[in-house]
Design a protein around this ligand. Structure first.
Ligand code: BDP
Length: 739
């Protein structure tokens, strides 16, 4: 019996080369190349490595190169002093005489950590050069070279020059000190503040390595809803320990600064940015930070927004607040990332009453505002008033990381201020921890959006990379989707969003499909069936979530507080502009928010050519229709259907796509290891259930206004609206506070 079992096991193992994987290795798996011919070619082309590990970063680069090559090629890779045929030379002009010579004969403009990977003939020897002008560029080059191998690319006649388009490529962690993660769906925070600084979790190193492999070079450790305690010495020592771990990987640490920290931890009576004692407090605090962490990146600040204190509490402007902090950071080379996510204009008292939401006069004035317009109204007049080391961090859309938003009207409107794009990797509004949604198409949509600020082709990508308005300080931020789950992101496909963010931050010309393919090849397999099947699923997934949640420009109709599931009926949230009914405005006539000149006129914030695509309800790009127009249920759509029918069809399409994704995944059962296969399979079941929930609840609710039948081809909901309305999820994840 035992013998038979043994034989079965052995034969299974020989048939299946697939080992269980928990996802911890991310895209950095470096398993032996499984294509024999290619393996032989690679082995012939790579015989040894030459790298002088004269710095911590070069030593990390050397180790990475040698270990990963050994594992990919399943052969020993010797490290050599002299170049030999087919050796790889990695380094900078300072660390390698060969690279110094190459750089003196060819001028490469490798600003901002760029690198070259080129095939050369030197002293009659064929070599591959991975060169950069600084050490971190070498590490980036090493990872790029390894990516070529992991994705089975040719490595002969290489002539790659790669330069990041954006200087500061940052992950924003909304992590609280108590290890809850605001809008986090992958476990608790990876920062264990309690055991820092003495205990260095291996995760910290692996985190830094993963980020470096995709070019991310900054990490804001703490939540934008900030806590002052992180600026106290005890915590700064913990931050210092993390900075030490990250340094060889080129990652700077940043902190969120609570604006009233001078009061909370400094014993001052005020946090007025123009008060000398406040100015001096921040200066001293910055001196202290930089003494501990000489390469500290700077501060991210959420001020006068959703209850966070800010300069307006003292009758000062956002520029006054940002500049005061910028001045304290200037001597040390730090930057301020000041967030434009505010919606309290002209109702500043809202901050004080934030939690109460019971002030009628206040609520009326908020209701009369269009939240869409507020960031622009607030910040546009401040253009040109910020210090040189201030970036204004703007969310991609005007409201809040919805499945689809028009680009924020601030892009293209503030030529004198470097604008930093903020994207959300964590899927707060995109199915949270359980839906497979590949976000690169969303990121590309905003990057490619045309602001027309300097005529045609003034895309958001060109605004944020500084090329249009000639800014050298540039940045992009992604709100992290990382937690302490074994596979980092909870859903295995969450990793793709982290990966895509890094790759696009480096090079916004890459396409979403290209990035998906690379990620699949490194994360799952180079098998063409696997790559093309998963690529199709990923590329369809973003439109699917738009369709089953918020088609045709609907937005912000999810559950209050936890933002989980549909709740278009909610009309009693703490503030009027948190209510779904405020956004969809459904009534007997129709649905949608009129933002044309006969409504809130938010469209006036865009330049005429940009506005044109949305201004006329008969011509409007229908993906955005209900963002800008209150149209009748009978409104004729471009395909000849009436709006009501089209809306129902879209909901159905969303559900159908998820069903299709499930089938696609099932077809890969024998191509993917069991652990990840089953994990995704079960998540897709949840996604299908929730897509149906969204469709049914929204159609039934909107039907109370349209009073029209559900069109043929759309499945009838199997539960009543009352059923959906009474669902309640007090323990859904992602809403831990800082207390
Ligand atoms: C909203 C989140 C909230 C964040 C806020 C922000 O629901 O938790 O604090 O964005 O970006 O989308 O500040």
């Amino acid at each position: 019996m035992i013998k038979i079992y043994f034989i079965v096991c052995i034969s299974f193992l020989t048939f299946s080369n697939i080992h269980a994987e928990n996802g911890y290795r991310l895209w950095l798996r470096f398993d032996k190349i499984d294509d024999a011919e290619l393996l032989a070619q690679y082995r012939n082309t790579i015989s040894a490595v030459q790298i002088n590990t004269t710095s911590p970063t070069l030593s990390v680069a050397g180790k990475e190169l040698i270990n990963d090559l050994q594992s990919l090629l399943d052969k020993k890779i010797p490290v050599q002093k002299n170049i030999t045929e087919n050796c790889i030379v990695a380094g900078t002009p300072a660390s390698s005489s060969i690279i110094s010579e190459i750089f003196s004969t060819t001028r490469y403009d490798l600003k901002n950590d760029g690198f070259i990977i080129v095939s050369k003939k030197i002293n009659d020897k064929n070599i591959i050069v991975i060169g950069a002008t600084n050490d971190i560029g070498v590490l980036y080059g090493v990872f790029a070279f390894l990516r070529l191998l992991q994705t089975h690319q040719a490595i002969t006649n290489l002539s790659i020059i790669s330069i990041p388009k954006i200087k500061n490529r940052i992950l924003d962690h909304w992590d609280n000190i108590n290890r809850t993660v605001e809008r986090g769906y992958a476990g608790i925070s990876i920062w264990n503040w309690h055991t820092l600084p003495d205990y260095i979790d291996k995760r910290y190193i692996d985190y830094a390595r993963a980020n470096a492999s995709i070019g991310i070079n900054g990490s804001v450790l703490t939540n934008v809803n900030a806590i002052s305690v992180v600026l106290t010495r005890d915590y700064l020592l913990k931050v210092k320990a993390l900075a030490y771990v990250f340094r060889p990987y080129g990652i700077k640490v940043y902190l969120t600064a609570k604006f009233n920290a001078p009061i909370e931890i400094g014993g001052l009576q005020t946090a007025d940015p123009l008060d000398t004692s406040v100015i001096n407090w921040w200066k001293k605090k910055c001196n202290e930070i930089y003494e501990l962490i000489p390469d500290f990146g700077g501060f991210l600040i959420k001020a006068n927004s959703e209850g966070q204190p800010g300069p307006q509490g003292y009758g000062r402007t956002h520029a006054d607040g940002a500049n005061m902090l910028a001045d304290a950071l200037t001597p040390h080379g730090g930057i301020v990332m000041w967030r434009a996510f505010v919606y309290d204009v002209r109702t500043q008292k809202a901050d004080e009453n934030f939690e109460e939401g019971n002030n009628n006069a206040l609520n009326n004035s908020i209701a009369a505002e269009d939240r869409y317009k507020q960031a622009y109204d607030e910040f546009k007049p401040l253009d040109g008033l910020f210090r040189k080391n201030v970036l204004l961090q703007v969310k991609n859309g005007p409201i809040d990381f919805q499945p689809r938003e028009p680009f924020s009207s601030l892009f293209g409107a503030m030529p004198y201020t470097p604008l930093m794009l903020e994207l959300q990797l964590t899927q707060e509004y995109l199915g949270q921890g359980t839906h497979l949604v590949y976000e690169a198409p969303l990121f590309k949509e905003v990057l490619n959006a045309d602001t027309y600020s300097h005529g045609k082709n003034s895309t958001v990508a060109k605004i944020i990379d500084g090329s249009i308005d000639k800014h050298s300080l540039t940045g992009i931020a992604g709100v992290a989707n990382i937690g302490n789950d074994i596979n980092w992101t909870g859903h295995p496909f969450g990793q793709a969003n982290w990966y895509a963010f890094g790759r696009l931050a480096w090079d916004n010309n890459l396409t979403a499909t290209q990035i998906a393919d690379e990620w699949i090849q490194q994360t799952f397999s180079n098998n063409t069936t696997v790559v093309s099947t998963i690529e199709k699923m990923m590329m369809a997934s973003r439109e699917a979530v738009v369709n089953y949640m918020t088609p045709l420009g609907l937005h912000h109709i999810m559950g209050t507080g936890n933002h989980y599931g549909p709740a278009p009926w909610v009309d009693n949230a703490g503030r009027p502009d948190w209510n779904p009914v405020y956004y969809h405005r459904a009534d007997d006539y129709g649905i949608g928010f009129n933002r044309t000149s006969s409504g809130s006129n938010a469209l006036a914030q865009y330049l005429p050519q940009a506005k044109q695509q949305w201004n006329d309800s008969n011509n409007c790009d229908e993906k955005y229709l209900l963002w800008f127009h209150h149209v009748s249920w009978q409104h004729k759509m471009k395909d000849g259907k009436i709006l009501w029918d089209e809306l129902c069809d879209k909901y159905q399409q969303g559900v159908d796509t998820v069903r299709w994704m499930k089938q696609q995944w099932a077809s890969l059962k024998y191509f993917i290891d069991d652990e990840r296969y089953n994990s995704v399979r079960m998540f897709l079941n949840i996604q299908q259930k929730e897509a149906l929930w969204w469709k049914n609840a929204c159609i039934e609710y909107f039907q109370t206004f349209s009073k029209m039948p559900i069109p043929p081809g759309v499945e009838k909901p199997d539960k009543t609206l009352e059923y959906y309305e009474q669902l309640n999820f007090p323990y859904s994840p992602g809403i831990g506070g800082n207390n």
